[in-house]
Design a protein around this ligand. Structure first.
Ligand code: PXP
Length: 242
């Protein structure tokens, strides 16, 4: 069984900075500390409302990150244009709603097929591996497979926020969706709402290649520091897979 890569999302370091419109804490400095601790990639989401990372952060991250820069991008024309010029090595196409606290659900690939037919080749042409953030739903996966994006990122939020038998059922949905995605030629990443306690079961799903984790790590780092936090998350992933 192979070990999923850990991509550390730095958005909420910027959320803290933006709370005071200061120059610190710096998401770039955080990203570099995460890399030193073993993170395999750095993820961020430039939102239309610029609530966390800013345009200049993307430029600075691009100059500083040496692992891999993964940019989450909505289908908004302005954001797609910025993504194309960002130099990121990977893109994850996400839904975006100004009123949401965080990304609430996967992209409705069936409804968005016309816009995705334009966006996926444009992002691939810009030089990044493209993934689409979707719920673990077979019909959505089938629609994603027809678009030519090599990856999907499965939304783990429903699993992460459930408990007891519902959590088990959500975990089974993620495992079934991973197997289905791979059977139709899609590669699988996963993320949203993962933390130190719930990450292991997702890391252990055969075929999940990458985990995108942000909030829980930034929250833990307030107490433990970045490098201890990243090393602990890597340890939990490894422990679940070995
Ligand atoms: N993956 C995607 C596509 C996301 O939009 C987010 C949230 O920015 C994450 C993963 C990470 O979620 P969390 O911050 O809850 O770990």
């Amino acid at each position: 069984m192979s070990l999923p890569r850990l991509h550390v999302n730095v958005d909420h370091v910027a959320t803290l900075r933006q709370a005071r419109r200061e120059a610190f804490p710096d998401p770039v400095e955080w990203a570099l500390a995460a890399e030193r601790a073993g993170a395999h990639g750095i993820t961020c989401h430039l939102r239309k409302d610029r609530r966390h990372v800013q345009d200049a952060d993307i430029h600075r991250l691009r100059g500083a990150v040496t692992t891999l820069l993964n940019l989450e991008v909505s289908l908004d024309p302005e954001m797609l244009g910025l993504a194309e010029r960002s130099g990121a090595e990977a893109f994850c196409v996400v839904p975006e709603n100004r009123l949401e606290i965080t990304t609430e659900g996967g992209l409705d690939v069936i409804r968005e097929t016309p816009r995705l037919k334009d966006a996926v080749p444009r992002l691939a042409e810009a030089g990044g591996a493209v993934s689409i953030f979707i719920d673990p739903d077979p019909a959505q996966l089938d629609a994603a497979a027809s678009l030519g994006a090599p990856f999907v990122e499965l939304h783990t939020g429903a699993y992460a926020s459930a408990s007891g038998p519902v959590r088990e059922a959500e975990l089974a949905r993620l495992a079934d969706a991973t197997a289905h995605a791979r059977s139709i030629g899609l590669r699988v990443n996963a993320g949203h709402g993962l933390d130190f306690e719930n990450v292991g079961s997702v890391a252990a799903i055969e075929g999940v290649e990458e985990l995108n984790i942000g909030f829980a790590m930034v929250a833990r780092a307030v107490f433990d520091g970045v490098e201890t936090t990243v090393k602990e998350m890597l340890r939990r992933i490894e422990e679940a897979v070995r």
